[in-house]
Write a protein that binds this ligand. Structure first.
Ligand SMILES: [Zn+2]
Length: 229
């Protein structure tokens, strides 16, 4: 924990350090060093229709396909990268990882979708952070998929209650009406890829996807940057 905060502090003073390992970046490297990129703990979930991320959402929401790029484990490079991404004004990290993941998925059915839709951030968080990291992830993916990113059509309302102590059903009940689609006709009869940064309980994805699935003819697949148990 202390190391993480120390790393974060150091990276404020020296912006040209790798977001994963805090070593100096070479000139050709951007935000994450070659060594960290090479050793990213990729899930390869896209090769397995019965992957753990998809199973997490089984019976809760009807999704076409689900995959996550990386395993998120505390105390690892991925945690450092996420910390930098979320709290140190480095949204481009999500863009870079999205581009890499897009290349991995180039031959997968995900690229046959129509639109990429980032899960909107909690309005208070967006105000504080200044950007939605999932939107940057979506933009990175779109470079390979050549699909438009639609980020203004889903709105997230504010909820003040904490999610942490609630059981799964209570969490879902609390999340159920948190999302709203401004213009449903823009999504009608389209295959949407809903993207988020981390899949943990799945409550957010479940609530957002279920809202999208109320629109006639919509199918939804899900991609997240990371998966955590
Ligand atoms: Zn590194």
């Amino acid at each position: 924990m202390i190391t993480r905060y120390l790393n974060a502090f150091v990276s404020l003073l020296y912006p040209d350090l790798c977001a994963g390992c805090m070593r100096s970046l070479y000139e050709h490297e951007e935000l994450i060093c070659t060594h960290c990129l090479y050793h990213l703990p990729v899930t390869n979930f896209h090769l397995d229709p019965k992957n753990a991320a998809g199973k997490q959402l089984w019976g809760r929401v009807q999704l076409t396909a689900v995959a996550s790029y990386l395993y998120y484990v505390k105390g690892t490079t991925v945690q450092n990268i996420f910390h930098q991404l979320k709290y140190f004004n480095k949204p481009e990290i999500a863009n870079i990882l999205g581009e890499r993941y897009g290349a991995v998925l180039a031959a997968s059915p995900f690229k046959d979708a129509d639109l990429i839709v980032p899960v909107p951030l909690h309005p208070k968080k967006l105000k504080k952070r200044g950007y939605n990291q999932s939107e940057f992830f979506a933009k990175g993916l779109s470079k390979h998929f050549k699909l438009p990113v639609e980020s203004g059509n889903v709105i997230r309302h504010t909820r003040t209650e904490s999610q942490t102590t609630k059981r799964r059903y209570e969490r879902y009940e609390n999340m159920k009406d948190i999302f709203e689609v401004v213009e449903p006709s823009a999504f009608a009869f389209k295959h949407l890829i809903l993207v988020d940064d981390v899949l943990t309980t799945g409550a957010t994805i479940e609530a957002c996807a279920n809202k999208l699935l109320q629109i006639p003819g919509v199918t939804v697949s899900v991609l997240t940057l990371a998966y955590t148990k």
